[in-house]
Design a protein around this ligand. Structure first.
Ligand SMILES: *Cc1c(COP(=O)(O)O)cnc(C)c1O
Length: 231
């Protein structure tokens, strides 16, 4: 299937999941995860109407940003080291992977230099996996209480990469827990925190994620096909 066919089918699946959940399809934002894909593939997606791309490596994001139309929207979705914030801060619309106060502080500091405010999500390690980034659910409350110190950052939601499961249905409990955390955080009323986005759901599990309340899905394989990491 072509990238354009894939996009059509992903959009159809998003629509069906929204209908099942009694939600509006327009409320779910699709981020096309273009990591490892060349600019030719990205242009194919652009020509099929995609404007929002997610990358997980600083270097790769920067080189694609430089090479492509400045009207595209880039999201940093992978682990970000504090010392690399400076390379992407003027290029990204959102950082999904904030997982430490140190990183939050550096993002704030770099934004001040550009006199801008950036949207970030807090990454939650919902499956408490040793191999994954993100803060533990029980640490979220304390994390959000630090938010008022960082005026150039808007914490506008949560992100997670759910544990790998054999059938999508098995990811549902993790998404339910994320939704619960999200609603709790919403009612906590901290300055500089406005919980709007719940970024969860990838190729293998986005329909279940939407049924459980996700409003940003990050789809790579489902749009671009399998990744080749040999290069
Ligand atoms: C690679 C990646 C995705 C997309 O994964 P697919 O299974 O290819 O859809 C989503 N989110 C993050 C953080 C990723 O690194």
């Amino acid at each position: 299937m072509s990238i354009s066919d894939n996009i059509m089918s992903v959009k159809n699946n998003i629509r069906s999941a929204c209908i099942r959940a009694g939600r509006e399809p327009e409320d779910v934002k699709l981020v096309a995860v273009s990591k490892t894909m060349g600019t030719d593939k990205i242009m194919e997606a652009v020509n099929s109407g995609i404007r929002v791309f997610g990358e997980n490596k600083v270097q790769e994001l920067v080189s694609k940003y430089e090479a492509l139309d400045k009207g595209l929207e880039w999201h940093m979705i992978g682990h970000l080291q504090s010392n690399k914030v400076k390379y992407i801060i003027d290029k990204v619309a959102m950082i999904h992977s904030v997982d430490s106060i140190k990183l939050l502080q550096e993002i704030d500091r770099r934004c001040k230099a550009y006199d801008k405010c950036i949207d970030v999500l807090i990454e939650i390690n919902i499956g408490r996996e040793a191999t994954k980034y993100g803060i533990c659910p029980e640490d979220l409350g304390a994390f959000l209480e630090e938010a008022p110190k960082y005026e150039n950052v808007r914490i506008c939601g949560l992100m997670t990469v759910a544990p790998k499961v054999n059938v999508p249905e098995d990811a549902r409990p993790y998404f339910k827990e994320m939704k619960r955390l999200f609603e709790d955080a919403k009612s906590s009323n901290n300055v500089n925190v406005e919980m709007k986005y719940l970024s969860m759901g990838m190729t293998g599990d986005y329909e279940v994620a939407i049924e459980e309340g996700s409003n940003i899905v990050r789809i790579g394989t489902g749009i671009f096909g399998p990744r080749d990491y040999r290069f």
